[in-house]
Design a protein around this ligand. Structure first.
Ligand code: KDG
Length: 352
């Protein structure tokens, strides 16, 4: 009997001493991990991951690839449960859930992060990227990393970027062929001050709202139009409530794979590596899927009856000039150092 009790006592005491030891013995380690004991090896875990788009959207396909890689690399011990169509909430509320530790992963556009980290706004400067190669180079280089480093103070860990894409304008009123054609249009925007100010400068009436509210707002004519990449316009079936698609290519939006820092700090190095490597690999795969889908989406949207017009480079240049005071205002707020670094990165890609 005595032996059994001893086993039970040791059985209870030892693990808690180990956990206490991990927290107490290495102050530096517990400080780094926010006081959560580091485990070793790979534990059985279920990871909740939520996104705003559908499973068939490139964002959903990227998350399915992430799930496949994590489960493969962890020998099936780390399971990813994907939730689509903003079923766990929109980008902002899922990001808050990560900060609270009630959800482990989300993959928002970077634009709604600007309220928390103004420097992310540098990615929202209209017309700053001419093509995907420039966006990839900046995001996967020192500027993208510098922005990610700012997440930790907000209870978040950034793992990798992927692609939402170049944004195009749809509306139910008329074709937008010139910079002046925006006048008076009620345009839904993301909850991002640079987008809001930019559309105001063009003479439109911006109406910021969460992604999951957009279709209803368009259908009820609460707003005249919205702007999103072609893959999103197609997967959200905006063609059912929007007649005109104007290829403005006015902003490039990335997605970012975010992890709750509360969750991250409780992972072993091995588990953290599995998540990071899987996110980077899935991000590269997702960019390819996104680019192929955008080529297909424009054909499908035309077939579905949308009236499509390409906005000329001259008119896009006029839009850029009209919006310049907005870009200058936020460049000042973000700081010369980061803006200069972004400019240098872009020069590097353009002079390759
Ligand atoms: O989860 C990501 C989506 O919410 C994303 O598509 C957001 O581009 C977006 C928008 O217009 O809100």
């Amino acid at each position: 009997m005595k032996k059994r009790i001893k086993h039970i006592v040791l059985g209870v005491m030892l693990p808690s001493m180990m956990v206490l030891g991990a927290c107490g013995s290495n102050g530096e380690n517990s400080a780094k991990t926010g006081g959560t004991a580091k485990v070793e090896g790979i534990q059985e875990r279920t990871i909740k991951a939520g996104i705003g788009n559908s499973e068939s959207h490139p964002q959903g396909q990227g998350m399915n690839k992430f799930k496949e890689l994590v489960e493969e690399k962890s020998g099936g011990k780390m399971k990813v449960q994907n939730f689509y169509d903003a079923s766990l909430g929109d980008d902002l509320n899922m990001t808050k859930a990560l900060q609270a530790g009630t959800q482990e992963i989300t993959n928002p556009s970077t634009s709604p992060l600007v309220g928390m980290i103004p420097e992310y706004g540098i990615l929202d400067f209209p017309f700053i990227f001419n093509n995907e190669a420039e966006a990839d180079a900046v995001l996967d280089g020192p500027v993208g990393q510098k922005l990610m480093d700012k997440l930790e103070d907000h209870g978040l860990v950034g793992l990798a970027y992927s692609e939402n894409g170049f944004r195009q304008l749809t509306n139910s009123k008329h074709a937008v062929k010139t910079a002046d054609d925006f006048k008076g249009l009620k345009i839904r925007t993301m909850q991002n001050e640079i987008h809001i100010d930019a559309f105001e400068k063009l003479g439109a009436n911006p109406s910021p709202m969460a992604f999951s509210e957009v279709f209803t707002a368009l259908e009820s004519k609460t707003v005249d139009g919205q702007e999103n990449p072609l893959s999103t316009i197609k997967s959200q079936k905006y063609n059912e409530v929007q007649k005109h698609l104007s290829l403005t290519q006015h902003v490039y939006t990335p997605f970012i794979m975010l992890v709750s820092k509360k969750f991250w700090d409780g992972l072993s190095e091995e588990e953290q590596t599995i998540l990071r490597e899987s996110a980077i690999e899935a991000g590269k795969y997702q960019r390819e899927v996104s680019r192929k889908e955008n080529e297909q989406a424009i054909k499908d949207l035309e077939k579905a009856g949308m009236k499509i017009n390409k906005v000329s480079d001259e008119e896009r240049e006029k839009m850029k000039e009209m919006i310049q005071p907005v870009t200058d205002k936020y460049a000042e707020k973000i700081g010369k150092e980061l803006v200069d670094e972004m400019t240098a990165e872009l020069e590097k890609v353009r002079n390759k």
